[in-house]
Design a protein around this ligand. Structure first.
Ligand code: PEP
Ligand code: MN
Length: 362
C-alpha cells in the first residue's frame, strides 16, 4: 500500500490514524497543554489551524506565522507531529518553512481547482502528507480532482477527510455527512486512507462519539477530532470542540473493529455466508432480467395501443403494495421505496426507448 510508509508513524492505538487538537492555534500554552495530553493518549498528530477561513470578516482569523513559530518551538520539546491547514501557495510555503509535518486542504479550498493546483505545484517534490477535505458541496468529482492534482505531482502521501457537506435543508448536522460519496471516493482510490472529521460534521460536541463510531464501523482509517483545553472559551468553533477529558472519554469508549481477522473459524464462516450472498445476488440479477423482458413486452403493447408509458395509478399501486410486502418481511419502507424508484425509473427508460425507436422508424 502506497500509504504504508508514513502510516507507520501516524498509527495510534487500535490501528487507527488519530489526529486531534484545537480548531485554531491560540497561544503557546494552549498548544503545549493539548500536545502533552495527546502524547499521554498515544495520539501522534496534533492539528491546529493558523489561518482560519471565516464566513464573516472581523472574526478570529488565526495567528498566522506567529503560530507556526509556536508550533515549531513546541515540536522541539514534545515529540509530536503537527498538522495545519493551507489555503494558498503562500500558506503552503510558510508551513513547510516552519516544519509542519502534515498539511490539509480545507473544504473551502477543495472547491477551487485553480487554488488546489497552485498548492500542489508549490508542494511538488516535497515529502509531506496532504489531507484533502471534501468540498463544501456534495460533488464527488471535485474531491477526486483535488486528490488527482496532488497525485499528479508525484506525491502519493494523500488521505481524504470527510467533514460533511453544506446543505440548505435543515439538518441536525452542521455539515451533513454523505457516507455514500465518501465510500465512492474510496472505491476510485482503494489505497487512499479515509479519515472522518466528526467535529465539522456535528457542529456540537455531543454528537462526536456517535459520528466517530459510525465512521469506524464503516471502515474509516482514522479520525480528526477538534480538541481544546477549554472549549467554551475557544476563539473558533467553540461549540464543537471537546475538552481534553472529553477526548480521552471518546477514545476510551469507541469500538475500533478490526478490519480483518486471522481466526480460521471466523474466515471460513464468513466465506460460507458470502457464498450464500453471491448465490442470492445471482438470483436477484436473474429475476431483474426476467422483469426487464416483461417490461419490454409491456412497452411494445403500449406502443401498439398508443398508450403513454407512465401510468400514475399503476406506479402508486406498485409503490404501496411493495412497501406493504416489504414491511411484512421486516424491510424498511424507505429501503423498498428507494429500490422500486430505481426499478421504475429503469422501466420508464426502457419503454421510452421502445417508443422512440418506433417513432424514428416511421
Ligand atoms: C477546520 O478544520 O478547522 C476547518 C476550517 O475545516 P473545514 O475546511 O472542514 O471547514
Ligand atoms: Mn474548526
Amino acid at each position: 500500500m502506497i500509504f504504508d510508509d508514513w502510516r507507520s508513524w501516524t498509527l495510534s492505538k487500535n490501528d487507527a490514524l488519530l489526529i486531534a487538537g484545537p480548531c485554531s492555534a491560540e497561544n503557546p500554552d494552549q498548544l503545549s497543554t493539548v500536545a502533552e495530553h495527546l502524547q499521554k493518549l498515544g495520539v501522534s498528530i496534533m492539528r491546529a489551524g493558523v489561518w482560519k477561513p471565516r464566513t464573516r470578516p472581523n472574526s478570529f482569523e488565526g495567528k498566522g506565522i506567529e503560530a507556526l513559530k509556536w508550533l515549531q518551538e513546541l515540536k522541539q520539546r514534545i515529540p509530536i507531529k503537527v498538522a495545519t491547514e493551507v489555503a494558498s501557495p503562500q500558506h503552503a510555503e510558510a508551513a513547510i518553512k516552519y516544519g509542519m509535518d502534515v498539511l490539509w486542504i480545507g473544504a473551502r479550498t477543495t472547491v477551487n481547482p485553480f487554488l488546489v493546483q497552485e498548492i500542489a505545484n508549490t508542494l511538488k517534490g516535497i515529502d509531506v502528507p496532504i489531507l484533502v477535505k471534501n468540498p463544501i458541496n456534495p460533488e464527488l468529482a471535485l474531491w477526486q480532482g483535488a486528490i488527482e492534482r496532488i497525485y499528479n505531482t508525484g506525491n502519493k502521501k494523500v488521505a481524504a477527510i470527510h467533514r460533511g457537506f453544506s446543505s440548505y435543508q435543515k439538518s441536525k448536522f452542521r455539515n451533513t455527512p454523505s457516507w455514500q460519496i465518501a465510500l465512492e471516493l474510496k472505491s476510485t482510490f482503494p489505497s487512499l486512507p479515509l479519515i472522518c472529521d466528526p467535529s465539522h460534521i456535528a457542529g456540537n460536541r455531543h454528537m462526536i462519539f456517535e459520528i466517530s463510531q459510525k465512521a469506524l464501523d464503516l471502515g474509516y482509517d482514522g479520525l480528526m477530532i477538534e480538541t481544546h483545553p477549554n472549549p467554551d472559551e475557544a476563539l473558533s468553533d467553540a461549540d464543537q470542540q471537546v475538552s481534553l477529558q472529553g477526548l480521552s472519554d471518546t477514545l476510551d469508549q469507541l469500538r475500533f473493529a478490526q478490519r480483518h481477522s486471522s481466526d480460521a473459524l471466523f474466515i471460513s464462516q464468513l466465506e460460507q455466508l458470502r457464498e450464500k450472498i453471491d448465490q442470492i445476488d445471482q438470483e436477484l440479477v436473474e429475476i431483474l432480467s426476467m422483469r426487464k423482458q416483461l417490461i419490454e413486452k409491456i412497452g411494445d403493447y403500449k406502443k401498439e395501443n398508443n398508450v403513454t408509458v407512465f401510468q400514475l395509478e399503476r406506479w402508486n399501486e406498485i409503490l404501496n403494495s411493495r412497501t406493504d410486502w416489504g414491511q411484512s418481511k421486516n424491510l424498511s419502507a424507505k429501503f423498498i421505496q428507494e429500490i422500486y424508484r430505481a426499478i421504475h425509473d429503469e422501466s420508464i427508460r426502457i419503454q421510452t426507448e421502445i417508443m422512440r425507436k418506433e417513432t424514428e422508424k416511421k
